[in-house]
Design a protein around this ligand. Structure first.
Ligand code: ASP
Length: 438
């Protein structure tokens, strides 16, 4: 068996956390390739090393001396090195970083140093080979991740390496300039490495015991999801559920590699298993509930709309011309609604309204703002009759008025639109009916 293990920032914030990680890795010989993040927060008011690096780099760009800020970053690593009793000096690395910051090597270079240095410390601690991600993760000249070239280089490089540490979050262009993924991007590096080595499992270690059925800020102590499919995860992540970077799914999907989300502080917990497909029935009819506030509905009405060919295209073209993407388009015989992100839409609203008038001459056009969308997701819904009935009777009992319903033909999700102010009550009601009421 071959496992790729990625550890998040909170799992590597201190020497004590490093020790837990060391124990986890050494307890299973299959954990051969390790992808670390930069040291994260040690306590809630602490600052992540990545943020310290961005700040330090901006200071250098303003031509202000960075000695103090850089020393504070080095101190974070020194504390870990001393705590682990390692014979390792990062002085030469920090001298180079200082030089590069002063020469304005770029904020991507700056941010990447968090993972780079943590990789060096981790490799020394584990006795694994260190492989600089700049060598093996490739971006094209436009800064877009080049998956196939990366896969080839990585496979070649790792062919004869039994155990290695490859820092997360960054790679390089062909000319060697450093480029990072978006924030939280070490997850992506982990999945790229898992794909390249044909891993049997990608373990993503963090500070929670897996994906929760819903947001713990809305429902106290929600249940953990045991097994979830990539597709379900994508639906939930899109609607705001976070744990794993959304772009990390794709490389794994190409190979059908399962992901296990695990908790560094509670390694005994099974966590959440993310798979391509499974016969395992979900514990509840629904797998998860996620949602977001801040949508606006553009409602268009026109008599005989149903017989006007090209109506939808003309309306959507107006949104396209204004650079606004739409979320959902529920429609009736003579009505057509376009749901958009309010913050994106607001500054263009008048231009969109006049554009629609010109394009399709509607009888009425009105806007409804401050809407929330809730996605109820679950592969189990397909096999169960009455799921939507249960959702809507729960919402009626909770006194929530449903503004919009959209069920995809895959029966994997039901999207419900409610007023922003009803959002939390609605999520709680749906959770209660599926999880707490047996
Ligand atoms: N250190 C980076 C961040 O804070 C990347 C990561 O942790 O995945 O976003």
């Amino acid at each position: 068996m071959k496992k790729v293990v990625k550890f998040g920032g909170s799992s590597l914030a201190s020497a004590e956390q490093f020790r837990k990680v060391g124990e986890i890795i050494h307890s299973d010989r299959d954990r051969k390739y390790v992808v670390p993040s930069a040291p994260g927060k040690r306590y809630s008011s602490d600052t992540k090393v990545t943020d310290m690096l961005y700040d330090c780099y901006n200071t250098a760009a303003d031509h202000i001396d960075i000695a103090r800020k850089l020393a504070a970053i080095q101190e974070r690593y020194q504390e870990i090195i001393d705590g682990l009793g390692l014979d390792l000096s990062l002085d030469a690395e920090f001298a180079k970083i200082r030089e590069q910051f002063e020469a304005q090597a770029g904020s991507d270079y700056a941010a990447s140093r968090g993972e780079y240095l943590n990789g060096i410390v981790m490799a020394a601690y584990l006795g694994y080979e260190f492989i600089d991600a700049a060598e093996v993760i490739r971006f094209d000249e436009d800064g877009v991740f080049d998956s196939e070239t990366t896969n080839r280089i990585l496979q070649e490089r790792l062919r004869t390496v039994e155990c290695a540490v490859i820092p997360g979050f960054y790679g390089a262009l062909e000319d060697g300039s450093i480029k990072t993924f978006s924030r939280g991007g070490s997850d992506i590096t982990g999945s790229i490495v898992a794909r390249a080595v044909h891993a049997d499992l990608y373990e993503n270690w963090t500070d929670v015991s897996g994906f929760l059925v819903t947001d713990p800020r809305i429902v106290e102590n929600p249940e953990t999801i045991e097994t979830i499919t990539y597709r379900e995860l994508r639906e939930l992540s899109y609607m705001g559920a976070t744990v794993l970077h959304a772009d990390s799914i794709f490389p794994l999907r190409q190979e059908g590699i399962p992901i296990n989300i695990k908790n560094t502080n509670r390694p005994q917990d099974p966590g959440t298993l993310i798979v391509e497909s499974t016969c395992r029935q979900p514990k509840f009819t629904i797998t998860g509930i996620a949602g977001k506030k801040g949508f606006c509905a553009v409602n268009i009405e026109k008599d005989m709309m149903n017989s006007e060919i090209g109506f939808g295209r003309k309306v959507l073209q107006v949104f396209e011309e204004n650079g606004i993407s739409f979320e959902h388009v529920p429609s009736g015989i003579d009505t057509f609604t376009v749901l958009v992100h309010q913050s994106e839409f607001m500054e263009k609203e008048q231009s969109v309204i006049s554009g629609i008038h010109r394009a399709v001459h509607p009888d009425t056009l009105d806007l409804e703002s401050d809407l929330a969308l809730i996605a109820v997701v679950g592969r189990g819904m397909r096999a169960k009759r009455g799921t939507s009935g249960r959702i809507f009777s729960a919402l009626a009992h909770a006194n929530v008025n449903v503004k919009m319903i959209d069920q995809g033909s895959s029966e994997l999700n039901i999207i419900i639109g409610v007023k922003n102010e009803d959002f939390e009550r609605a999520v709680k009601a749906i959770y209660d009916i599926f999880v707490l009421t047996v």
